[in-house]
Design a protein around this ligand. Structure first.
Ligand SMILES: Cc1cc2nc3c(=O)[nH]c(=O)nc-3n(C[C@H](O)[C@H](O)[C@H](O)COP(=O)(O)OP(=O)(O)OC[C@H]3O[C@@H](n4cnc5c(N)ncnc54)[C@H](O)[C@@H]3O)c2cc1C
Length: 435
C-alpha cells in the first residue's frame, strides 16, 4: 500500500534529522528514509564533530556562530530526553596557525570581527603557552609523503596564530543524530531505516515522492535530498543536476587516531589545532589520543570517488602523511605501526561551501555539498531548510528574491541565497575543509 507524507527526507544524518525535526515543528508530516540501520551511521558518525567559528567568509562565521548556540543549548533545543543518552559539547578553544596559504588569516579575522566573534592574536613566543615543546619551524609549502623534501623545514619559523576560545567538539556525533531523531519522533516525525531510495517520483512537473529498492512508493508533496556523498546520485534521479551551477562530488577522507606523546595529558588539556602550515587539523580524542584530519594541501592527491557505494575503505598513505605532518609540529608524537581512525566520504561542492536550496524541479530541495565542515551547522541548517521549504511551498520565489532568515540567537539576518545552487563559485572560500 502506498504511503503519503508531506515531506520525504532522503538521509538520516545529522542535517537530515534536524530538517525532519524543524519541519515537524512547523506542522509537516515527515519521514526520513535511510538505507543504513539507524540515524547518523554514515559520514555523520565518522565526523570529527569539531565546532569552530573560524571560516573564510562572514557568512561561514555567522552560520557557525548561530549553530554553536544550538549545541550549547542542546537539551533545550531537543525538548525531549533520549534514553540512549545526550551528546554534549566540550569547549577546548582553537589555535589557528597563520600561513601564506590562508593569507595570514586576514580574511578569517576580518570575518570573525564582522560577526563579533572574540579571538586573540598569538605571537610565536606565546604559542608555547598553549603547546609547550611545539616545533615552530615552517614546512610551507607542504610536500606529499613521497617527495624527497617531505619533512624538511622550509627555512623560516611560522608566523604566529590566533586563539579562538569558543571552539570545541561534540562527544558523540552519531548519538547527536539519534538525539534529534528521538526529539523529532516525539513531535510526530517518522524514520524509516534499511530502505534505499532508487528513484524520485514526479507528477505534473513536480516531485511527488520516492521509490524504494523493494518497489515501495512513498508519496509526498516535497522531497529533500540530504543524502551526503550520494547527493549527486539523488540529484541525477531527480534530473536537476544538469541545471545547477554548483555541483557535488564524493571524496574519500581518512582520520587518524594516535596516542599523545608521553607526559602530555591531551585528552584533558588539548585543544583544536588548525595548522595550515603543515596542512593538518587535530583535536583531543578519548584515550588520550590526537585525532588528526587533513586540511587538503594542494600537493596531496585528491581521492575522488565515482561510486560512493563501492570504494576502497582501507587507509592509504594519507593516514601516515597526516600523522607525520602532525609530528613535525607536536614534538615526540610517534607514528604507530597500527593504523587507527576512520575512513569516510565528504560530499564536496565546487567551492567547498554547501548548497541549501530549492531546485528547478518544484517540490525538490537539497541540503548538500557539506564539504566536510557542516556537522557544526546542522541545527541551523535544519531551521534554514525548513523555513525555506515552508516559504517556497507557500508561493515564495527564492530564485527571484533570496529568502532572508532571522537567526534566533545571533542578531543576524542571513541571506539564504549565499548557498544557492546557481551562485558563482565563491572565490573567498579556502577551497578546503576549512570552508
Ligand atoms: C571524516 C569526516 C570528518 C568530518 N569532520 C567534521 C568536523 O569536525 N566538523 C564539521 O562541522 N563537519 C565535519 N564533517 C562533515 C559532517 O560530518 C557532514 O557535513 C555532516 O555529517 C553531513 O550530515 P548529513 O545529514 O548531510 O549527511 P550524512 O551524514 O552524509 O548522511 C547521509 C545519509 O544519507 C543516506 N543515503 C544516501 N543515499 C541514500 C539512498 N539512496 N537511500 C536512502 N538513504 C540514503 C546515507 O545512508 C546517510 O546516512 C566531517 C565529515 C567527515 C566524513
Amino acid at each position: 500500500m502506498a504511503e503519503k507524507y508531506d515531506v520525504v527526507i532522503i538521509g538520516a544524518g545529522i542535517i537530515g534529522c534536524c530538517i525532519g525535526f524543524e519541519l515537524t515543528k512547523l506542522g509537516y508530516k515527515t519521514v526520513n528514509v535511510d538505507k543504513l540501520p539507524s540515524a547518523g551511521m554514515g559520514p555523520t558518525g565518522a565526523s570529527c564533530a569539531i565546532i569552530r567559528l573560524h571560516y573564510s567568509t562572514p557568512q561561514g562565521v555567522a552560520m557557525a556562530r548561530e549553530g554553536y548556540y544550538y549545541w550549547l543549548d542542546w537539551p533545550k533545543y531537543l525538548e525531549t530526553r533520549d534514553p540512549a543518552g545526550l551528546a554534549f559539547y566540550r569547549n577546548t578553544g582553537a589555535l589557528v596557525v597563520k600561513t601564506p596559504h590562508n593569507k595570514y588569516l586576514k580574511r578569517v579575522t576580518e570575518a570573525l570581527k564582522e560577526i563579533g566573534v572574540g579571538y586573540v592574536d598569538v605571537t610565536l613566543d606565546e604559542i608555547s603557552h598553549y603547546l609547550s615543546d611545539a616545533n615552530l619551524e615552517s614546512y610551507f609549502p607542504q610536500k606529499w609523503i613521497h617527495d624527497d623534501a617531505f619533512g624538511e623545514p622550509t627555512g623560516n619559523s611560522i608566523l604566529g596564530a590566533i586563539w579562538v576560545p569558543e571552539s570545541g567538539y561534540i562527544s558523540d556525533p552519531q548519538l547527536s543524530a539519534h538525539n534529534v531523531q528521538i526529539a523529532a519522533e516525539a513531535k510526530g516525525a517518522s524514520f524509516l531505516y534499511k530502505q534505499t531510495v532508487t528513484d524520485i517520483i514526479k507528477k505534473s512537473g513536480r516531485a511527488a515522492g520516492v521509490k524504494l529498492s523493494d518497489g515501495t512508493e512513498i508519496f509526498s508533496n516535497v522531497v529533500v535530498n540530504v543524502a551526503g556523498p550520494h547527493s549527486f546520485v539523488i540529484n541525477r534521479m531527480a534530473n536537476v543536476e544538469k541545471d545547477m551551477n554548483i555541483k557535488t562530488r564524493a571524496m574519500k577522507q581518512e582520520v587518524a587516531h594516535v596516542p599523545a606523546p608521553e607526559g602530555l595529558n591531551w585528552e584533558r588539556d588539548g585543544f583544536m589545532l588548525s595548522d595550515g602550515d603543515i596542512g593538518c587539523y587535530s583535536r583531543p580524542e578519548v584515550g588520550n589520543h590526537f585525532l588528526i584530519g587533513s586540511e587538503d594541501p594542494e600537493c596531496d592527491p585528491q581521492l575522488w570517488i565515482d561510486d560512493p557505494d563501492n570504494y576502497d575503505e582501507n587507509f592509504t598513505d594519507q593516514w601516515k602523511c597526516m600523522v607525520m605532518r602532525e609530528a613535525m609540529r607536536v614534538s615526540h608524537l610517534t607514528v604507530p605501526n597500527q593504523h587507527k581512525g576512520v575512513v569516510s566520504l565528504y560530499d564536496v561542492s565546487d567551492d567547498w561551501i554547501p548548497i541549501y536550496d530549492k531546485s528547478d524541479l518544484p517540490g525538490f530541495y537539497m541540503a548538500i555539498g557539506t564539504s566536510g565542515n557542516q556537522y557544526k551547522n546542522a541545527p541551523i541548517a535544519g531551521v534554514m531548510m525548513a523555513n525555506l521549504i515552508d516559504a517556497c511551498e507557500n508561493g515564495f520565489d527564492h530564485d527571484q528574491t533570496p529568502y532572508m532568515l532571522d537567526f534566533k540567537y545571533s542578531n543576524h539576518r542571513f541571506d539564504v541565497g549565499f548557498f544557492s545552487r546557481n551562485r558563482e563559485i565563491n572565490r573567498n572560500s579556502s577551497f578546503s575543509v576549512i570552508g
